[in-house]
Design a protein around this ligand. Sequence first.
Ligand code: SAM
Length: 482
Amino acid sequence: MAKYNPKSLHADEFINHQEILDTLEYAEQNKNNTELINSILEKARPIKTATGCRCNGLTHREASVLLASNDPQVTERIYEIAEEIKLAFYGNRIVIFAPLYLSNYCVNGCVYCPYHLKNKTIPRKKLTQEEVKAEVIALQDMGHKRLAIESGEDPLHNPIEYILECIDTIYSIKHKNGAIRRVNVNIAATTVENYKKLKDAGIGTYILFQETYHKESYLSLHPTGPKHDYDYHTEAMDRAMQGGIDDVGLGVLFGLELYKYEFAGLLMHAEHLEAVHGVGPHTISVPRVKRADDIDPDDFDGGIDDETFEKITACIRLAVPYTGMIISTRESQEVRSKLLRLGISQVSGGSRTSVGGYAEEERPHDTEQFDVSDQRTLDEVVAWLMENGHIPSFCTACYREGRTGDRFMSLCKSGQILNCCHPNALMTLSEYLVDYASPRTKELGFEMIEKELKRIPKEKVRAIAEKNIEDIKNSNRRDFRF
Ligand code: SAM
């Protein structure tokens, strides 16, 4: 039987089934252990240092104890600390992005996804480079600067060369003041060689959801196709890092399996990356299964209510304080509002999950991957964020300055975010407001920017940011960034 070893490169050792079962038992036994819970909460709190702030994070066992507790007072404290951590390391900025679906051709049999091979009712579509261009222009006209490209797995229709060609096309399009400055990639697990090619193409984060860490369930949820290989899928992030990709994004598709199992597995995966590569995941996404073409979320056993979902999100925030957390438009405005206070640092906005959806006037449903709950426009999402005290950020500077992997983590840990990310967020927000916002959003935005500029600690940085924002208002554009 495989033994738990976070440093191993074998899936069954770093995501060790027995260790997860032992963790769940330990959590169950200690869920009312007040002394232990208090010490875990204390450990999770941000600690002030001479240069900023530091956090210890939590082990998968410790975080699982918090998740198992049924005490509402403990939950309240978890939420308070989650918000404290979010503000300490990410400030009140929320990074904005949109998914771009390239192709829904897929040879896999994933039973929760309408793109599965046996679905004969869904129209299959793959964007031509002309269509990619039209999508990107539509996204740039909304104001987007950061995309996550999505594709089914199909070596014939969507080989790596096709994905690379699309990335090239996306980066090449300069339309009015628009430009996509960061392309994150969510494609199926692949080889070290292909990850190297993605790295050379200048991608941001490589994102791959594990879907479920429970091997037996994984095998039955992915009955056919290359994705059936649990080990190959689970070890993908190690290959991506071997291929030179610094930033990887993890995620579980909540609703498929029992959430406590997934939660422990997800944190063990993060611990593994840190142990082997010296840097944890850049982001963690928390998607839930949604209704889709031939998919009914109620067919799966692991459905979780909104309260449990909020608690999972907050507990992840405590466990991995330096990792960005993403919530997509799968969730409603109401759920997203709550999660934003519990540690989320990135949201999608104005999303369409169909292939070629952005270039259409009306939201098309025919090739959609799942129902989008939050169907507001990007302008509405931006205004809503600001009304709730969050700064919408279109910044991609870290990636372009080479602050990826552990260099990004050091920036985060050194508490220099207020002198770096904060002014960058304000400058990119100014660009958005001038170029794309409705009059109301623009007014709201510049009021916020005026207040937020005062929070930049270094006088020199503040003066440069103020000057740059004046230049943006006067259409005097440069590539502004700290
Ligand atoms: N084909 C790639 C792969 O296998 O990882 C890309 C993934 S797909 C385009 C993006 C993600 O959407 C999947 O990893 C899955 O977690 C999620 N997804 C699939 N069906 C879904 C559904 N019905 N509801 C919500 N999310 C879904």
